[in-house]
Design a protein around this ligand. Structure first.
Ligand SMILES: [Zn+2]
Length: 347
């Protein structure tokens, strides 16, 4: 029997708890609510690929593929979520344990909780991921705008920003009022299988392609392609019809972002899953890349013309994207692009 066929398209689990936005991004996302009703959903995307949402809005999204020999799971998100998901999978797909967990990057809002699947799964990630566990916070920063400003390699409440501040007490295991890298990554599994550019998981006659598309957002970022279903899981932050990104594009050259999306466009997919917000079609994906190119071009032209940042905030309109979510925050994204272009130019 094909188990997928018996699954309801959407499984809703609602509790009285509140879901707080777990991730800052090059992202406190436009439209992110401070607190929204907690909902977990498993949704069939196509064939045996499902997406799982840990909460509405910016709550993290992960995905899995069901095969005859077990399940390939992407990010485990956190311990509580992983325990819930493990029970759901056991009920829905009995006798099909999670055989692989793909750690798409080291950020705590995606990577925690893998231990729940350690008895049956192998863990895979990019070759630069293991080094994040011992890196200084300044060199492997949490998501969002958090930074170790005073250089003591721990975060106080003022240094912790966005989602890291929201989750401060949850992650401060010894309650000393500081977060260390090891506290933030406490239940993140270091991958036992690593790769540099591409890695193919084969299980039950199906393939899952792991792709390092240039390291936008974090140097170890992995996107995941399901060729049999023509579905792409695009990690942080590919948001259809939603303006992005804050924090000087995670202090990276904008070209790193644009080139990574161009690399992914070479894949034969027609739908994609996003890691925080809704996914979309191939056309939506391409429109995100075009928006980034439009923003980069407009700001670069302003710099060449000798405009000040304030001039650009007033004059750059990107009318093509005026219907996108977050358009009212365009001046902030212009500033982010300006900082990326002037302080983090393409190498
Ligand atoms: Zn991230």
């Amino acid at each position: 029997m094909k188990k997928a066929a018996s699954l309801p398209a959407v499984l809703l689990i609602a509790t009285a708890a509140l879901a707080l936005p777990l991730s800052g991004n090059a992202g406190q996302a436009p439209g992110a609510a401070a607190a929204t009703p907690f909902v977990r959903t498993i949704t069939q995307v196509r064939g045996d690929v499902y997406k799982v949402q840990s909460g509405p809005g910016i709550g993290a999204v992960t995905a899995f593929l069901v095969t005859s020999e077990g399940i390939v799971l992407l990010d485990p998100i956190n311990n509580e979520f992983a325990a819930w998901l493990k029970a759901e999978l056991a009920t829905r797909f009995p006798g099909k344990p999670v055989r692989f967990v793909v750690q798409t990057h080291y950020h705590w809002d995606h990577a925690r909780g893998g231990g729940v699947f350690a008895a049956t799964a192998k863990f895979i990630g990019h070759a630069s991921m293991p080094g994040k566990f011992t890196a200084k916070i300044r060199d492997a920063r949490p998501p969002g705008d958090t930074n170790d400003i005073d250089g003591d390699d721990r975060l106080d409440r003022q240094e912790a920003q966005t989602g890291t501040r929201v989750q401060f007490d949850t992650m401060d295991a010894n309650h000393d009022g500081f977060l260390t890298q090891s506290e933030m990554l406490a239940d993140v599994r270091s991958p036992e299988i690593t790769f540099a550019d591409r890695y193919t998981i084969t299980l039950g006659g199906k393939r899952v392609e792991l792709i390092h598309a240039g390291g936008r957002h974090t140097s170890d970022l992995v996107d995941v392609y399901f060729p049999g279903e023509r579905v792409l899981f695009a990690q942080d932050y590919v948001w259809p019809k939603r303006l992005c990104c804050n924090f000087a594009f995670d202090r990276m050259p904008m070209s790193t972002w644009i080139n990574s999306l161009k690399n992914l466009e070479r894949l034969d997919f027609d739908t994609f899953i996003g890691s925080h917000w809704e996914g979309g079609s191939r056309a939506d994906f391409i429109a995100v890349r075009q928006y980034l190119e439009d923003l980069e071009a407009a700001v670069a032209a302003g710099i060449r013309a000798g405009q000040t940042l304030e001039d650009m905030k007033k004059s750059i309109r990107l009318e093509k994207h005026k219907d996108w979510i977050g358009y009212d925050q365009l001046p902030g994204f212009i500033e982010s692009a300006y900082t990326s272009l002037t302080q983090y130019p393409a190498r």
